[in-house]
Ligand binder design. Structure first.
Ligand SMILES: Nc1ncnc2c1ncn2[C@@H]1O[C@H](COP(=O)(O)OP(=O)(O)OP(=O)(O)O)[C@@H](O)[C@H]1O
Length: 269
């Protein structure tokens, strides 16, 4: 199992303005798994705890988060792991793709320099080898003229192009697991479909596993093997293929299904 979360509980400690207050529980008893070659959805409304689950999986929180349960990433337990182990898992086994690619890229560095740096620093590759890999990946994620893109700065590219750059960066270290947190939510429908096709190809060809986090249940239903529905920090329902929606029983899931706009057939005039 690439990602194996069991009975994860997370609470945030009270802030300095109210040090005596109890920690605020955010995640309650979350259990979910992602295997090789699987695309698993985590769906819920804003504030349901989707991003907190991902950040907890990577142990990106400090002492403000009280965490219990188990989070195994590619077989390594992250709850209670020392900082060196966490860093190693984050560098080698898993990649995070978020909604805003501009936040993930240094605005004053050329794209080629930003992407090569990680390969050189973390993996000790020569710059030449890193450049070659990046050129190949930028092409694989559908960017024309990869050589030119490597010389450009982030502000010279559109949001959709930058998201492709971020995905190329995520793939560059050959992670086993990708955590995609609203990774296609800011994109137009055509670019979204192209990015999802890239994800699906990588999952198929490289045997990656992906946790696909979205507020869009219909999108998740179209592409995921299994969907966990998160509400107020709890998984209220898990839907599996085939017949995802037919199985949905929880009223919250049904409300998400019904909330999406459906194109009504035109009345004959
Ligand atoms: N560092 C933090 N300290 C305290 N509370 C936090 C912190 N981070 C998140 N929360 C709270 O945790 C809850 C879940 O937030 P989270 O960002 O995980 O939701 P989400 O489902 O990803 O929503 P969105 O799609 O809007 O990001 C929210 O009530 C949020 O206010």
């Amino acid at each position: 199992m690439l990602l194996d979360i069991t009975n994860l509980e997370l609470a945030f400690a009270a802030g300095p303005s109210d040090p005596g207050a109890d920690p605020t529980p955010i995640l309650r008893g979350i259990s979910l798994g992602v295997d090789r070659g699987e695309l698993v959805g985590l769906v819920g409304e804003s504030g349901s705890g989707k991003s907190t689950t991902v950040r907890a999986a990577l142990r990106l929180y400090g002492d403000e988060a009280r965490i219990s349960g188990s989070i195994r990433v590619d077989g390594v337990e992250m709850v209670g792991a020392d900082p060196a182990t966490r860093r190693r898992v984050r560098a080698e086994s898993v990649a995070l793709v978020q909604q805003d690619p501009r936040a993930a890229l240094n605005p004053v560095r050329r794209i080629g320099d930003s992407l090569a740096e990680r390969l050189v620093r973390v993996h000790g590759w020569s710059r030449g080898r890193a450049d070659e890999r990046i050129r190949e990946l930028l092409g694989a994620v559908g960017l024309s003229q990869p050589e030119r893109r490597m010389r450009q700065y982030p502000h010279e590219l559109s949001g959709g192009m930058l998201q492709r750059v971020v995905i190329a960066a995520a793939l560059s270290t050959d992670p086993a697991l990708i955590l995609a947190d609203e990774a296609t939510s800011a994109l137009d429908v055509t670019t979204q479909a192209e990015i999802i096709a890239i994800f699906q190809r990588q999952i198929r060809e490289r045997g990656l596993g992906m946790l696909f986090i979205t507020h869009d249940l219909h999108l998740a239903a179209a592409i995921c093997d299994r969907i966990h529905v998160l509400r107020h920090g709890e998984i209220v329902e898990t839907l599996a293929k085939p017949g995802l929606f037919a199985e949905a029983a929880h009223p919250y899931t049904r409300s998400l299904i019904e909330a999406a706009p459906v194109l009504a057939p035109k009345e004959p005039s």
